[in-house]
Design a protein around this ligand. Sequence first.
Ligand code: SF4
Length: 362
Amino acid sequence: MKKQYIIPIFVPHLGCPNACTFCNQRKISGQTKPITENDVRDIIEDYLKHFKEKNSYKEVAFFGGSFTGIDVELQEKLLAVAYEYVKDKKIDGIRISTRPDYIDKTILKRLKKYKVKTIELGVQSTNDYILQRCKRGHTYKDIVKASKMIKWHGFTLGHQMMVGLPESTELDEINTARELIKLKPKMMRIYPVLVIKDTELEKEYKEGKYEPLTLNQAVERCKELCYILGKKKIKIIRIGLQNTDTIASPDVIGSEVVAGPYHETFRQLVESSIYYDTIVDKIKQFNTKVKEVTITVNPQNVNNVVGYKRENITKLKEMYDVDVIVKQDIKCTPEKIEVTISKNYPDFIDDVDDKTLVGMKK
Ligand code: SF4
């Protein structure tokens, strides 16, 4: 499979008259000044210089804000720059992200003209009460309509959803994932809500009206969504906000995050938790008291097996008294994980007996 490169271009808050309670695009993207055509060109050139693999899939992605809501003239200018690179075969595609209520036939025609391939919709939730509660300004009906139109016009559809929105329960989020699956997105981004400075949510948090998820809760909720979406083969392209100078732990100077389940490697926490569950399941299936297992995986998954700060290895020892040997095998496909017993309880007893015998001889 070809390596994929993304050239991210942030268009913070441009064209977004909305003020979702959790959002401050300038802080999230770390960018405060509006983007120009020259900026787009400079960013693309800069990224292209640094891509190592020649035979790769390269995509320009206009993120943040609501791209199709910005002034049409500027929208076309920005798209035109990216399109030049598509025509010159220097990049392979363009993607944009926007709101469900900023999609209609005219907008889609314009995006087609500039060969945009993928449209990501910021959905956040399919529950109308929750959408209203965080002042999204659109409804579930808008999500359905926009998703259908995007697919009907031949674009690749992506969805973005959030966990931990005000008054949203785990069940609401599971329902959101299930409703979105019906709309057949190719990909999904999952964002746990962080409380960002200068947002309405910050006010609610300080007044005790909103309580963010703990890190564990956010990991568990995202994990459940991964299971549900994974079964339908929907690619999860991001879990957690991108770390930037401003999106960092609340105790870091300059961080705009006030509270919430921030973690520098949030996705790894979710993925290694999924690995932990798989390993435990496999160990339980052995139906014997296991002392030590050998886990063989593709080198790219070693970190997920071991867990952040060896958390999985420690938990397996503490919870099940099982030691782990991790083996890397390039021949193992990335989806595969092989767990075999290297020592079971009788072996362990034999070891003890041997040592005891040695001790007795002395
Ligand atoms: S629609 Fe998007 S950019 Fe606009 S306020 Fe809401 S989250 Fe932020």
